[in-house]
Ligand binder design. Structure first.
Ligand code: ADP
Ligand code: MG
Length: 481
């Protein structure tokens, strides 16, 4: 029997707000253990939560970007469980009333685009971190992360393969970075995912029993864990056994999943509305204001780059990987007006040097307007591509404007006919023997004279014009002879 894979992902996005979701402590990563804490983080009696409005704004932004309906009347709920990294004994989350629902995300995969349903997006607080020290046989608790805001994005079970799951995760990461709501840094845990997976006989409409793999923190692990789970469930089903609904953990060292606990039901959490937080009412006006502030999204940019700027699908994909890329390109284009050339200089030359120097694009020593000017000088043949590259490297090293470097080095390309002909004549005078031979019919001397002219002009003559004008001058001499 053939089986179909069914996958649904729950992605946790850590938000890049300054402070935590319900108190003023810093939400920054990397502080000393238990530095970013306060009475609320410890769940001390008498401390009360106050909602950070930035979290709501970020949630609405992501919801709009994922075509969701935004709920006007929101409530926070307490989700109870006991763990040392959660001193309150409950996590503040949303349960029956998530802020965003019924959306979709278009995910590019190979040459196609798949639309994956978004079931819900809700706001919640993160828990702290337990660190188990095997050397001292003790456990330590760091509460810096407790109370850091998260959005949980829950997909419909629309994903059909591990590769699609990876592509979906990448698209979520691209989008949250694009909106500036999260750094999407997987090593630091800013993007984590729980993957639900089941198999069903091909053609069947009923879903099979699923397992949930917790806390996958890299694209590779998501795909590996799902591959492993497909093989495991497949062999159970093929031998007539049943898949048990379970929560699993993935060991990246062995590449295998193993049971963590039997699947909990939502009733286990004793959800109820948090009495310390008033209902959150979102007005239509606020949604409009947020919508107005949102940048043009990657998919719209991609379409425009292909259809309006005439770039290839590949170039458009490279430029829309990050908002900073397309914004940089846009400025280079504004000055140079040549999209293809601007794109090449940004994505091959500039990205190459940035990578070598280990710099992000916003730290580029070359400002986009200066690169635009350089591209324009090359496009108009004021300087050759070869000289352009020299100027470019110097710009990268010194941060100077291209014209400053060109003037200092006297690199301006000679394109004027009179100037070039004067140099050609010099070359003829200096090489009377070769000239006589050439005029006499030996065309193989043509490249020799091109070389001579380039040398006399220290490489600044436009090679194409030199080429044409030598032929013209020789023909004149042949006609006169
Ligand atoms: P729960 O409340 O138990 O976590 P949800 O219905 O909210 O369950 O679903 C959680 C995630 O599991 C969603 O991403 C959903 O798409 C996915 N999912 C639900 N049923 C299945 C299934 N049979 N196979 C694979 N994924 C599933
Ligand atoms: Mg779940």
């Amino acid at each position: 029997m053939e089986y179909e894979t069914v996958i649904g992902l729950e992605v946790h996005v850590q938000l890049a707000t300054h402070s935590k979701i319900f108190c003023g402590s810093s939400a920054a990563f990397g502080a000393e253990p238990n530095e970013n804490v306060d009475p609320l983080t410890f769940g001390l009696p008498g401390s009360l939560p106050v909602l950070n409005w930035s979290v709501v704004e970020f949630a609405i932004m992501l919801g709009l970007a994922m075509n969701c309906e935004i709920r006007k009347f929101n409530r926070f709920a307490r989700k109870h469980y006991f763990y040392p990294d959660l001193p309150k004994g409950y996590q503040i989350s949303q349960f029956e009333e998530p802020i965003c629902e019924r959306g979709s995300l278009r995910v590019p995969i190979e040459d196609a685009v798949r639309t994956i349903g978004i079931k819900r997006i809700h706001m919640e607080e993160d828990a702290g971190k337990n660190i188990h020290d095997s050397r001292t046989q003790s456990s330590l608790v760091d509460l810096n992360r407790a109370g850091v805001p998260l959005l949980e994005v829950v997909s419909e079970p629309d994903i059909r393969s591990p590769a699609e799951a990876g592509a979906y995760m990448r698209t979520v990461r691209q989008l949250v970075r694009w909106l500036g709501i999260s750094d999407g840094n997987m090593e630091e845990g800013s993007l984590r995912c729980d993957a639900n997976i089941s198999l069903r006989p091909s053609g069947s409409l009923k879903f099979g029993t699923r397992t949930e793999i917790k806390n996958l923190n890299s694209f590779k692990f998501v795909e590996q864990a799902l591959e492993y789970e497909i093989a495991r469930q497949m062999s159970l089903l093929k031998s007539g056994k049943e898949v048990i609904q379970q929560t699993l953990t993935f060991d990246s060292a062995t590449g295998a999943t193993s049971p963590l606990r039997s699947k909990e039901e939502s009733s286990d959490y004793r959800y109820f509305p948090d009495p310390d937080l008033p209902p959150l009412v979102i007005e239509e006006r606020s949604i409009h204001e947020i919508q107005e502030k949102m940048p043009k999204l990657p998919e719209a940019w991609y379409k425009e780059l292909v259809e309006v700027y005439g770039l290839s699908a590949y170039d458009a994909a490279v430029l829309t990987a990050e908002r900073s890329f397309v914004e940089y390109f846009r400025e280079v284009f504004e000055i140079s007006s040549n999209a293809k050339l601007a794109c090449n200089w940004v994505t091959s030359e500039l990205f190459g040097l940035l990578k070598k120097a280990g710099l992000e694009i916003h730290k580029s020593p070359i400002k986009p307007r200066d690169l635009g000017t350089l591209v324009k000088l090359i496009d108009s043949e004021a300087i050759s591509g070869k000289m352009g590259k020299l100027v470019f490297e110097e710009m990268f090293a010194s941060g100077e404007a291209p014209q400053t470097i060109i003037d200092r080095k006297g690199l301006k390309q000679i394109t004027g006919e009179d100037q070039i002909v004067a140099i050609i004549k010099q070359a003829f005078e200096k090489n009377p023997g070769q000239l006589a031979e050439y005029v006499g019919g030996n065309d193989r001397l043509h490249p020799f004279f091109v070389g001579q002219v380039m040398k006399l002009s220290s490489g600044t003559a436009n090679p194409k014009r030199v080429n044409d004008l030598i032929t013209r001058e020789i023909n004149k001499l042949r006609g006169a002879a």
